[in-house]
Design a protein around this ligand. Structure first.
Ligand code: ADP
Ligand code: GLC
Length: 489
């Protein structure tokens, strides 16, 4: 049985700031279904240590980056997936966001915190004890796991295979070079053909340089990041490895995101009981203090509030949305200036705009169920999960045509409407004007009930379950491991 260690900094429901947590929770059980022994390694944040079931100490950890020591804790998730957590209180015993101090700045010791994640992961492969679990392959996610493939590469052979997945290339983990010794990185690794990146230590760069195979979370994003517009400086490295770089679309855990069984909803519904969706809409309008009008097109945004996510585009397009009788609900946290601007419009249009600044899993479900249109106006979107959830909830996605959004939403062009394959709305230019045009198209169709319901039903029956993606990862793992075992010519 193939053994794979998932190296990640988030995993729902233990710790989540975005889609990485959903992927880390759902892909391992989907791989387990295919007969792979997958285990997850996480930093021991308080919520992780508290939330693990069947906790026990697996082994002591010493000589960690920064010189500290700690313990490896073993346990499992409610779904049975085995989880290891790094219990090192000096690095991880902190409340709140895993990356940010209470003031909103990065924790200054993030390089040591996530260097430790990569270091402990690589250590799994070094065990000589037959009692300890030894992975055949280490799969790292995002910059937080970026040093793992580097540490593995510096180990003697035989060494495990490594895969690095980019969930968002905009976050790269770039740190000063004087941390090299504390991170246990050899001096010779500090070069362009190594971990050096713009004069510093690049965590993601290191991962993308040293891992045996690279993936990202949609085919379109895999193409995009090999260009200067999207690659954020790493496009050259990725283009040079294009044959070892795949885009594999994320999936949805329909056990959690299903309007027929979702415990957060006022009333469950499915494609044959679409009328019951209205009850969720009216409840959502009431919850946000909006006019309780089932005929007002209700738009929603559930997102980190950042420039990349296009929250500023939405603000600029909002007057046109409101002028056409639309309403908007927003759930998100992020840039303080965007939060403040959204709260200001909510204050001046209390019956049409509702804004909840904060993180609220249950409310995210209720918005998916109650809204008519889910907006994802991202400038870049590696995959995007909220539009996939929206599809299943018959909440028509309105997206910018980029990354995974392009791969998952079929624009309601006249031809797509005629064919019955439309599932949403898409616009190209990241400008308020292009967004307004898409909003107008959405509102026009919303008022044509039959055509709208055709789109909803089509959206709800699209299948973005994890099975196909898990098979793609399993195939990639298998090829990598058997390729490495093949005798050299
Ligand atoms: P990203 O990972 O870039 O933030 P995704 O669309 O992949 O984008 O994933 C976002 C995930 O986070 C989804 O599960 C979404 O429902 C959730 N989410 C985002 N903001 C909030 C929030 N304020 N409250 C609750 N859930 C949120
Ligand atoms: C990232 C991306 C998002 C993707 C998620 C899970 O946070 O921004 O598009 O869906 O990771 O892969």
């Amino acid at each position: 049985m193939m053994r794979v260690l998932f190296v990640t900094s988030e995993c729902f429901p233990l710790v989540k700031t975005g889609g990485l947590a959903d992927v880390s929770a759902a892909l391992p059980p989907a791989l387990a279904q295919l007969g792979i022994d997958v285990r997850v390694l996480l930093p021991g944040y308080p919520a992780v240590l508290d939330g693990l079931e069947g906790r026990r100490t697996a082994r002591p950890l010493s000589d960690l980056p920064g010189g500290g020591s700690g313990r490896l804790i073993a346990g499992h998730l409610a779904n049975g997936v085995p989880v290891y957590a790094i219990d090192q209180p000096e690095l991880f015993d902190r409340p709140g966001n895993p990356y940010l101090a209470p003031g909103g700045a990065d924790w200054t010791d993030n390089p040591l915190r996530f260097g430790t994640l990569g270091w402990v992961a690589a250590g799994f492969a070094q065990t000589t004890s037959s009692h300890q679990w030894r992975p055949d392959l280490l799969h790292g996610h995002d910059w937080q796991a970026g040093l793992m493939p580097a540490y593995v590469a510096f180990q003697g052979s035989p060494r495990p295979a490594t895969v690095m997945t980019i969930h968002n290339i905009a976050y790269q983990g770039q740190f000063p070079p004087d941390l090299l010794p504390a991170l246990h990185l050899p001096a010779h690794s500090f070069q362009v053909d190594g971990i050096e990146y713009y004069g510093g230590i690049g965590f993601l760069k290191a991962g993308l340089y040293y891992a045996d195979r690279l993936t990202t979370v949609s085919p379109t994003y895999a193409r995009e990041v090999q260009s200067a517009d999207y690659g954020c400086g790493l496009e050259g490295l990725l283009a040079s490895r294009t044959d070892q770089f795949d885009g594999i679309l994320n999936g949805v855990d329909y056990g959690i995101w299903n309007p027929a069984t979702d415990p957060h909803l006022i009333r469950p519904y499915d494609p044959d009981r679409l009328d019951a969706k209205i009850a969720n809409k009216v409840a959502l309008q009431a919850g946000f203090g909006l006019a309780p009008d089932p005929d007002a097109p209700l738009f929603a945004l559930v997102s980190r509030l950042t420039w990349h996510k296009g929250a500023d585009l939405l603000l600029a397009a909002l007057p046109a949305l409101l002028a056409r009788g639309g309403q908007l609900v927003v759930l998100g946290t992020g840039d303080k200036s965007l939060e403040a601007a959204l709260l200001r419009v909510a204050g001046s249009h209390p019956r049409a705009v509702g804004v909840h600044i904060g993180y609220d899993e249950a409310l995210a479900h209720r918005i998916q169920a109650g809204a008519d249109v889910l907006m994802v106006p991202s400038r870049a979107e590696p995959c995007g999960l909220t539009q996939l959830y929206a599809l299943r909830y018959g909440t028509v996605p309105l997206v910018r045509r980029t990354g995974g959004l392009e791969d998952t939403v079929i624009d309601a062009t006249p031809a797509a409407l005629a064919d019955g394959c439309a599932t949403g709305f898409a616009f190209d230019d990241p400008t308020p004007g292009a967004l307004v045009w898409a909003i107008r198209r959405a509102i026009d169709l919303f008022h044509q009930r039959d055509r709208w319901q055709t789109i909803q039903r089509r959206a709800m029956t699209r299948d973005f379950g994890w099975d196909a993606s898990a098979r793609a990862y399993a195939g990639l793992y298998q090829r990598l491991i058997s390729g490495r075992q093949a005798p050299s010519p």
